[in-house]
Design a binder for this molecule. Structure first.
Ligand SMILES: [Zn+2]
Length: 350
């Protein structure tokens, strides 16, 4: 574990915010410098906690940073870690480094077998003369038994292993797991940084990238995921505008039909719900007479017409909470159709 890492490298480009292997050094990661500096300090001092929790909104680079750190921990060029060029970095990039484990949710949950399989490997020392890194992506998707199995290994962590958990919020994990991890907080990026990443990934012009960054509140990964398919976001937007505009004048059958249609976009639901939260936030801000330059979705809200004036501001806060509850329910594998129906009915209950 005690290795002679120095300050990691100054080079690097081509950050892949949307996960997969990062093809860059830390300096190409935009934003969240407090978290990056914390990791650099660990590398510099060769001191690593047994477990680190990367917590923050979706799409701001938690997974990318975790992979980059995992590569840096075993990079042979200690002055430039991760150098991307040494034998270990190359093996890491080719998914061929033996002391790296990554656990990703299968069908929206992380199952006990996945945790057990990884724990079996942790019992043995790393194959190479280094430190094994185990990344658990979206640890808020750990099923109860899986979380308990993980807790056991966190209680007695075997040496020469670092466990990294990424999660949407630190309240989405068991207290007992949380308390055994060092926490690194990630935040949404300033719009100009998010726009730079979006521009690079989507190949849009700068103006469009800034607009997209505004809409997604500084989560480029989320913006990229959703804007990949315009039809999906427009269909959701159209439904929400109808629900907010018509309120209790909306026919129940039509509300349920819309909910059914949206619930079928299962892979996109987390992003769509996040988008809905931003819309609620903006509507609340408009009711507070906040300057429109702070309103990301001003154009969308204009299409609501006069109805926004008749809805009390407390309603938008209530619906914001309802979006949160729906996200949580979907994480917990509640039937998406039921979860979206319940959300949509709440929006019409003005
Ligand atoms: Zn290297």
């Amino acid at each position: 574990m005690e290795r002679d890492h120095k300050h990691p490298g100054q080079k690097a480009i081509n950050m892949d915010i949307n996960n997969s292997t990062p093809a860059c050094g830390f300096d190409a990661i935009l934003g969240n410098s407090h978290a990056i500096n914390g990791l650099k300090t660990m590398l510099l001092n060769n001191k690593f906690p047994h477990a680190i929790l990367f917590t923050g909104p979706a799409g701001v680079g938690k997974h990318t940073t975790a992979r980059l750190f995992a590569m840096a921990v075993n990079c042979l060029d200690k002055d430039n870690a991760p150098c991307l060029e040494c034998k270990n970095c190359r093996r890491f990039n080719n998914n061929n480094y033996p002391d790296f484990i990554e656990t990703i949710a299968e069908t929206k949950s992380i199952k006990i077998e996945q945790i057990r399989d990884a724990c079996k490997k942790l019992i043995f020392p790393p194959v190479e003369d280094g430190t094994r890194v185990w990344i658990i992506v979206d640890a808020h998707l750990l099923k109860e038994h899986a979380a308990n199995a993980l807790l056991k290994i966190l209680e007695e962590p075997p040496p020469q292993n670092i466990i990294i958990l990424t999660a949407l919020g630190d309240d989405s994990l068991l207290d007992t797991i949380r308390s055994r991890c060092m926490k690194l907080y990630f935040y949404s990026l300033p719009d100009h940084m998010a726009a730079t990443i979006i521009q690079k990934k989507l190949g849009t012009d700068n103006k469009t990238a800034v607009q997209i960054a505004n809409i997604f509140g500084g989560s480029p990964g989320m913006a990229i995921a959703v804007t990949m398919d315009d039809k999906i976001i427009s269909s959701f937007k159209e439904s929400l505008i109808k629900l907010f505009s018509y309120g209790n004048r909306m026919a129940i059958k039509e509300t349920l039909d819309m909910a059914l249609k949206i619930s079928k976009m299962s892979d996109h639901l987390p992003n769509l719900l996040e988008w809905g939260k931003l819309l609620c936030r903006d509507m609340f801000l408009i009711k507070q007479n906040i300057d429109k330059k702070h309103i990301s979705m001003y154009e969308t809200i204009l299409s609501l017409g006069d109805s926004i004036h008749t809805i009390p501001e407390s309603f938008f806060l209530r619906i914001f909470d309802a979006f949160n509850e729906t996200q949580k329910a979907i994480h917990e594998n509640v039937n998406p159709q039921m979860a979206i129906e319940s959300l949509f009915l709440k929006i019409t209950d003005q």
